[in-house]
Design a binder for this molecule. Sequence first.
Ligand code: MN
Length: 197
Amino acid sequence: MAIQLPDLTYAKDALVPYISAQTLEFHHGKHHKAYVDNANKLIEGTALANEPLETIIRNVAGDVSKAGLFNNASQVWNHSFYWQCIKPKGGGTPAGAIADKIRTTWGSFEKFTEEFKNAGMTQFGSGWAWLVLDGSTLKITKTANADTPIAHGLKPLLTVDVWEHAYYLDYQNRRPDYLTAFIGNLINWDFVNANLG
Ligand code: MN
């Protein structure tokens, strides 16, 4: 079973004005697809050809001779996860277990959003900001380039892509504005709650 490019569960224009159809066309249809195609080429005919994506990532993590496969496979995983972290008319204050856990951990939802946004703003160059579970503890982390928490024993709950290709068509260099829109209007908290369970 080759690695698949998942379909988006919302229309390409469903996130306007926060993320344009053009950004989704390039980001999903070109960037994400290229990672899928590259990863499939790199596993073809190898012992990893039929393994699940997460197994492939964990198998080659830290192996410098397999950096190409790690980068492409991790980018497939990170993007497939990122699309699910978004929904039209999302964002704002969460409900459910994640809301309680965020308040317990950071004191308030506002403090959490400040720190999550700060993680995205301070990731130098390309990468990702994450809300993860480390054991049973909520943490905000960031990873560079293709790196992913699943290679480090952490359970991802939420991510935001801060590669320029995620926001440059809509926000140019204004990464903070993209992060504000993501937090205020795009996060799929139902997905985050499901990941917590
Ligand atoms: Mn991306």
